[in-house]
Design a protein around this ligand. Structure first.
Ligand SMILES: [Zn+2]
Length: 469
């Protein structure tokens, strides 16, 4: 399931219908929202096991070719219709707008290769190091902010400063506008490096050329605002012309994405359309090939979100029959079963999804934990605790998972553990004051020196750094 942070979901249609919002890295969102409320509403991160795994699969070979760490990369999906992508080193930020715009995996892989080229070239290294220490939401505020500024939005700089970014940018609009800007020479270097990585992995540069070429046209990709990516990456005609020569000289220029990868890409696009854009967007994507697996996936999802759960269940069963090993079809089945209040069956579906998931996503385990909680027997609550802890083990900063964990411990009467989990939930939401209150409360009932007590002490001792410099 594609899910948004709970506060932003509250009044949306998806919020009412979709279950199991395994939130997020809400991190500095709290800080942002207090000082720039309007902006906070535009700073959403979405979590989704399927999309995160796919983008990681796009990035992995490129990062390897670039000599960058190829494990432990966190994929951060920013729910914004504009085009943007940015790599700090350990996190890859990418807008859902970029993913849904790209018709092929190769278009995204090309952009990732170009970003890897900037890292390998040491471009903006100081800023990148600063951002790598920053909270996820603060970075997103910067990435979105750059576009919002130029589009003339009334984002106030105190909001960004509250997120710890305005400080680094120097506060002024101009500084924020250029915070991620590369120089022309750096763009040429990054383009060349990107071609090297694409060649090393036997992939074409045509997708990158197509994407950057589109930025050349007068219209932005999203059509509604200037794309932040175009602002940070200057794309004069000459650069595109040079890139075209390089791309066409590659022996792999005519290589296309493997059909199975293209299919996953198509399914990702239609999922973003279904959960984030609505039925018209789904129909648009289905029109080209209404009977494809991706179209039927989109149809099942929109039936679940906007229509009839029983019909959605039947459509999902047909998908499962066609791809019995697809973990995300099982996940969708679980989501639908939760919606119609069959948590036991949902737990079975999620358990199947977990067992089939090669990417070992923590999100699926959290969904399983929630379903087991909903079953509500003492035995299933104990199992829920185990699965939620497993999920957190794979996804340590999932604040929402800690909240479910706290609830499960609470229902089992394990109060110190519930308090500590609540403290963790606040901690990873960057609400350090409440985190400390609950950590202290937990400590009172824990034995001094035991692991839980020590973790509580870490939270009590934590001093957030509000500065990037
Ligand atoms: Zn660039």
């Amino acid at each position: 399931m594609l899910s948004r942070p709970r506060p932003m979901l509250a009044r949306s249609k998806i919020g009412r219908t979709a279950r199991g919002f395994a939130t997020l890295l809400l991190a500095a969102a709290v800080a942002v929202s207090t000082s720039a409320n309007a902006f906070a509403q535009n700073v959403p991160v979405v979590r989704d096991a399927e999309i995160e795994a796919l983008v990681r699969d796009y990035a992995r070979p490129i990062f390897k070719a670039a000599g960058l760490a190829n494990d432990g990369i966190d994929i951060v999906l920013v729910n914004d219709q504009s085009f943007n992508a940015f790599v700090t080193g350990r996190r890859l930020f990418i807008n859902t707008g970029a993913l849904v715009t790209a018709e092929t995996p190769n278009e995204i892989i090309g952009v990732i290769a170009h970003e890897a080229g900037h890292i390998a070239g040491g471009h903006q290294q100081k800023l990148r190091d600063q951002l790598d220490r920053a909270k996820t939401m603060a970075i997103i505020a910067t990435l979105l902010g750059a576009g919002a500024m130029v589009a003339g939005a009334t984002t106030n700089s105190r909001g960004l400063a509250g997120a710890g970014v305005g400080v680094a940018a120097g506060g002024g609009e101009m500084a924020q506008r250029s915070i991620l800007a590369y120089q022309r020479g750096e763009e040429i270097t990054a383009d060349r490096s990107a071609i090297t990585y694409l060649n090393a992995t036997g992939q074409s540069g045509m997708g990158m050329l197509k994407t950057f070429g589109r930025f050349q046209s007068a219209l932005s990709l999203s059509g509604t605002q200037l794309d932040p990516y175009r602002i940070s990456h200057p794309m004069p005609q000459e650069r595109i012309a040079n890139l075209e020569v390089l791309v066409k000289a590659s022996p792999y220029v005519n290589n296309i994405d493997p059909p199975a990868l293209q299919q996953r890409h198509d399914m990702m696009r239609i999922k973003i359309a279904a959960y984030m854009q609505g039925q018209a967007a789904v129909s648009r994507l289905m029109r080209k090939n209404p009977t494809s697996l991706a179209s039927r996936y989109g149809d099942a999802q929109q039936t679940y979100l906007y229509g009839n759960p029983a019909a959605a269940l039947a459509k999902t069963a047909a998908l499962i029959k066609e791809q019995p090993k697809n973990p995300y079809f099982q996940e969708l089945r679980g989501d639908i079963l939760m919606k119609i209040n069959k948590p036991k069956d949902a737990a079975d579906a999620y358990a199947k999804a977990v067992s089939l998931d090669p990417a070992r996503s923590g999100l699926l385990l959290v969904s399983l934990g929630q379903a087991l909680m909903a079953v509500g027997t003492p035995d299933s609550l104990k199992k829920a605790v185990t699965q939620l802890n497993n999920g957190i083990g794979r996804d340590k900063e999932n604040a929402e998972a800690y909240r479910y964990l706290a609830q499960a411990y609470g229902e089992l009467g394990e109060i110190p553990a519930a308090d500590l989990a609540t403290a963790e939930g606040h901690f990873y939401s960057a609400d350090y004051k409440d985190a400390k209150i609950f950590a202290m409360r937990a400590q009172q009932k824990l034995k001094r020196g035991e692991p839980g007590w020590l973790r509580a002490q870490d939270i009590i001792n934590y001093t957030p750094s509000n500065k990037l410099k």
